[in-house]
Design a protein around this ligand. Structure first.
Ligand code: GLV
Ligand code: GLV
Length: 325
């Protein structure tokens, strides 16, 4: 096919290779960085398909300029970086890569949970600095997990996988969700669906897995943080702006909560002032899906999504199906 595809970052070659078999022109951003908005605006012209990252802002203006564009295949499960309304009204299909990153992201939430509760990063810093002068009875005491309460905000695929991993620690599970009741969590874990206030009040660990939208923006702000237990930990592998990050810095500084583990930030890659100076937070650079296996599968799925759109085949991962009718 005389099709023209642009990939906005270097990704595992598996997906690129299947695109090259089907499409005449497949170009990859040659730089080891995201494109600027203006560069993206320039690259979108004349393309039939864009394989985009969550760090690319695909807004209405950009979609308007993309005269040939048929599909935006986002290399992520989240797609809050794409103006879905603008895409739909221009007849552009938007796809994502759900499913394949569920386990890696759930694992990342637990990695952060362990790191902050058992003070791994603080301990690593101390050890490297040559300050480990011998075992000490009161050094870097953390918290236990067994029998504690885990609160899941957003019990979709990833939130469910995160919660299922709590079986090893025999935890009580609370969850809230905007969609229907989670039968898997209720039947397998005896989990209880609660409102946000109950979840905040009763949980020892809270893990955020809800997508970002105007509805979930600052879902956890100053008021919500003040309801949490002073011994509780907050984990976020979803989207940064679900938390009011400034309020979180304040709560961590004043020990209103015990700690936080963050993989995502409100204005990525920028951090709110003061965040990086705190010891009771572990900061990861958006690594939720960052395993070789998962990123390889994401490259294949994103490529298959593009090929399906261009071939007018069935589309399992379309996020704006109304565009097809
Ligand atoms: C990662 O944040 C994703 O949405 O895939
Ligand atoms: C979100 O889309 C999830 O997979 O949990």
């Amino acid at each position: 096919m005389s099709l023209n595809v642009f990939i906005t970052r270097q990704i595992p070659e598996e997906g690129v290779n299947i695109l090259k078999k089907v499409c005449q022109k497949v170009e990859v951003n040659p730089h080891d960085r995201s494109l600027t908005y203006d560069e993206l605006l320039n690259e979108v012209k004349g393309r039939d398909a864009m394989l985009t990252m969550l760090s690319d802002r695909m807004d209405a203006r950009l979609i308007q300029e993309a005269t040939n564009l048929k599909v935006i295949a986002n290399y992520a499960v989240g797609y809050d970086n794409v103006d879905i309304k603008a895409a739909t009204s221009k007849g552009v299909v938007v796809t994502n890569t759900p499913g394949v990153l569920t386990d890696s992201t759930a694992d990342m939430a637990w990695a952060l949970l362990f790191s902050v509760t058992r003070r791994i990063v603080e301990g690593d810093k101390l050890t490297r600095a040559g300050k480990f002068t011998g075992w000490a009875p009161m050094m870097l005491l953390g918290g236990d997990l067994v029998g504690k309460t885990l609160g899941i905000i957003g019990a979709g695929r990833i939130g469910t996988a995160m919660a299922m991993r709590s079986r090893g620690w025999n935890m009580r599970v609370l969850y809230m969700t905007q969609s229907r009741r989670n039968a898997v969590l209720e039947e397998m874990l005896g989990a209880k669906r609660v409102d946000l206030e109950t979840l905040l009040k009763e949980s020892d660990f809270i893990s955020i897995h809800t997508p970002f939208s105007e509805k979930t923006k600052h879902l956890v702000g100053a008021k919500e943080l003040s309801i949490m237990k002073r011994t509780a930990y907050l984990i976020n592998t979803g989207r940064g702006a679900v938390i009011d990050e400034e309020a979180l810095v304040h709560a961590l500084r004043n020990k209103q909560i015990a700690g936080a583990g963050l993989d995502v930030y409100e204005e990525e890659p920028k951090l709110k002032p003061g965040l990086s100076e705190l010891d009771n937070v572990v900061l990861a650079p958006h690594l939720g899906s960052a395993t070789v296996e998962t990123r390889t599968k994401m490259s294949l799925i994103a490529a298959e999504n593009i090929i399906a759109v261009l071939n007018k085949q069935k589309l399992p991962n379309c996020v704006n199906p109304e565009v097809l009718t």
